[in-house]
Design a protein around this ligand. Structure first.
Ligand SMILES: Cc1cc2nc3c(=O)[nH]c(=O)nc-3n(C[C@H](O)[C@H](O)[C@H](O)COP(=O)(O)OP(=O)(O)OC[C@H]3O[C@@H](n4cnc5c(N)ncnc54)[C@H](O)[C@@H]3O)c2cc1C
Length: 411
């Protein structure tokens, strides 16, 4: 059997970017994808809008056990390089809030359609419904056992992502393939994921949404703090502020730390301002219940929960004194929620961990363990913040690996 020059495992963000860059140089590329279609994660990303990258790419927005790798990989691949790549496939970009960048159409489907069109136009052989089950590194060639038969190639790019979102093709299988070839794995945990709690009051709070601040405590030490939407649900909490602290929660829970959230339901006011505001709301002689008195200030589904957690002893607005107001202020700014677990890989957007990046060349994404092997995207021990950072790393990893393969083939 004649070796194929290049096989890419995974038709997601990094695999598709690599395939296009390689094929533009006239290199014959075969891309194997286990799903029936390429780019399933891209299609649902960013709530169907695909947050492609971010204008403010800095190493601090990414995480790995080997932070130097991140700085080195990002160097030379700024935002503009990704923008140019998408311009070449006919996809103009538009900037949203916080530097987030989307396709101008704000439709994730545009990204998949144009990537696929360009790859096919350039002659990339995209083989779907093809799961790679094992890889052997024979002399100067890789032998792949797939659900559609055996393939051999000279250069192999593993772009098979992480365990996050198995319904979209997320799986650890690529990491295990890398391990079987001699790579070490850093343990994976769900990130950008909802947090679960068995607090009884959640049933009552379910459906409430606030713009608040979430402080995450592990063994009573503050370990993360983020502001944004907080959504209450039967199982726990979600929303942007929660997703943003979820990475730390996931890692702490994996180490059996006692995790709790302290939610500030009115972060726009300091404790003192809130105490003054609430005191001014008291109407002398009013017969209003405390629930009615807090109506209009807090989400209605949260009022009786706040009253209960505060231990406030009085029932009517007119009975409130400084001490009772102080208890209420404290609870509104520190609603407690014990966190037992995350919602898992099923619901996570990304995964921490992956192939140890100290075994990867940062300029070429080449394996330091196996000649001819390249790795890009979420399969590696790199994950980023919400906001386009994860895709940025995937596109640039695919492009870097492709460039290195081109240079090797042409040298
Ligand atoms: C719901 C959701 C929303 C997201 N939104 C955003 C966003 O807006 N912005 C952002 O930056 N990031 C977002 N992400 C994260 C982003 O999708 C990933 O970081 C990115 O897709 C990683 O790219 P990748 O190429 O490494 O892997 P993927 O895009 O996951 O591609 C890997 C591919 O490999 C295939 N595969 C795996 N194993 C095998 C095998 N053994 N054989 C053959 N094929 C295999 C998979 O089916 C998959 O298609 C989101 C993720 C999810 C789940």
């Amino acid at each position: 059997m004649k070796n194929k020059p290049v096989i890419i495992v995974g038709g997601g963000a990094s695999g598709m970017a690599a395939a296009i860059v390689l094929a533009r140089e006239g290199i014959s590329v075969t891309l194997l994808e286990q799903n029936s279609k390429i780019g399933k994660k891209i299609l649902v990303s960013g709530n169907g809008q695909c947050n492609i990258t971010n204008r403010h790419i800095t190493p601090e927005r990414f995480y790995s056990q080997n932070p130097n790798f991140i700085s080195e990989v990002l160097a030379g691949y700024p935002y503009e390089k990704i923008e140019q790549f998408f311009a070449t496939i006919g996809l103009p970009l538009a900037e949203g809030k916080e530097g987030k960048v989307f396709p101008m159409s704000f439709q994730a489907s545009s990204v998949v359609k144009l990537l696929e069109f360009e790859a096919l136009r350039l002659g990339v052989d995209i083989v779907c419904d093809c799961k790679v089950m094992s890889i052997k590194n024979e002399e100067r060639a890789f032998l792949l056992e797939t659900s559609k038969g055996t393939e051999t190639c000279s250069a192999l790019l593993l772009a098979s992502g992480s365990s996050a979102a198995p319904r979209l093709g997320g799986s650890a299988s690529g990491m295990k393939l890398a391990e079987s070839l001699g790579h070490s794995l850093i343990e994976s945990h769900p990130s950008l994921v909802q947090l679960c709690s068995s607090e009884k009051w959640l049933k009552q709070a379910s459906g409430a949404k606030v713009n608040g601040t979430a402080k995450l405590y592990a063994n009573d030490i503050l370990v993360a703090e983020k502001s944004g939407d907080i959504l209450f649900a039967d199982y726990g909490v979600s929303g942007l502020a929660i997703l943003d602290v979820s990475r730390e929660a996931s890692l702490q829970l994996a180490q059996y730390a006692r995790c709790r959230l302290s939610l500030d339901l009115l972060p726009q006011m300091s404790k003192e301002q809130l105490a003054q505001f609430l005191t001014e709301r008291i109407q002398k002689g009013s017969q209003k219940s405390l629930v009615l008195w807090l109506t209009g200030v807090l989400h209605e589904r949260l009022i009786s929960i706040v009253l209960e957690q505060s231990g406030c002893k009085v029932k009517l607005e007119r009975e409130l004194d400084r001490k009772e107001i102080g208890k209420l202020v404290y609870t509104i700014k520190n609603l407690r929620l014990v966190i037992e677990k995350t919602k898992g890989f099923e619901s996570a957007e990304v995964a921490t961990g992956g192939v140890d990046t100290s075994e990867i060349e940062s300029d070429t994404m080449a394996s330091r363990r196996v000649s001819g092997l390249y790795l890009a995207g979420e399969i590696l021990d790199v994950d980023g913040d919400r906001g386009g950072f994860n895709f940025h790393f995937a596109w640039l990893g695919g492009m870097r690996a492709a460039q290195a393969i081109i240079e090797k083939i042409k040298s």
